[in-house]
Design a protein around this ligand. Structure first.
Ligand SMILES: [Fe+2]
Ligand SMILES: [Fe+2]
Length: 185
């Protein structure tokens, strides 16, 4: 599972990069492919990390703290950060909708939200990878993992899973095309 979570981080990073690049290529044009791409990135960020990736991690952090309460300092505020990231992803979505409603001045706000969200998500993932995932790998037992897997959401990543949903059926037409035709890291 940790390997899957690291893969998720890598993919989330790719989506964050694409979102920022698409937004900076907009040149104020909201009827462009770039904007559509940014919209799909934001939809993905509101869906997969919040509904699947973070709930899986929360189960692991809880198990780790039960087993090893003294690592509380290392785990820090990761659970609270999941809540904050959820709130920020909704704000990012709201900023997108305001921009779509044609309020030109809101494009700046959308850029700011996108960069703020991205910075927050990147430092959150870095903390997990450097300080907490190694502890989880060390401390959890096979039975702990069985209990986590039994409770964890099992949904597949709608863009990066090995067999992405059929073209057009997932609402990620552009992202699926982009990431599956251009094998960039
Ligand atoms: Fe997390
Ligand atoms: Fe994570």
């Amino acid at each position: 599972m940790i390997r899957d979570l690291r893969t998720d981080h890598h993919n989330i990073l790719r989506v964050l990069r694409l979102m920022k690049r698409s937004l900076s290529n907009l040149n104020g044009k909201l009827d462009s492919k770039e904007f559509e791409r940014a919209r799909e990135c934001i939809k993905y960020l509101c869906e997969y990390p919040d509904n699947v990736h973070h709930p899986r991690e929360d189960l692991m952090f809880e198990m780790l703290l039960n087993r090893e309460p003294k690592v509380e300092v290392q785990v820090g505020n990761l659970h609270q950060e999941h809540i904050d990231l959820f709130i920020h992803s909704r704000q990012l979505h709201d900023a997108l909708e305001s921009a779509e409603a044609g309020k030109l001045e809101t494009i700046d706000a959308l850029h700011q939200q996108a960069h703020g969200y991205s910075d927050m998500q990147i430092s959150h993932m870095r903390h997990e990878e450097l300080a907490v995932f190694p502890l989880i790998e060390q401390k959890l037992t096979l039975n702990d993992w069985k209990a986590i897997i039994a409770q964890a959401p099992s949904d597949k990543d709608p863009v990066f899973s090995e067999k992405p949903l059929k073209k057009g059926s997932s609402g990620y037409l552009l992202l699926t095309k982009y990431f599956h035709s251009e094998r960039i890291s």
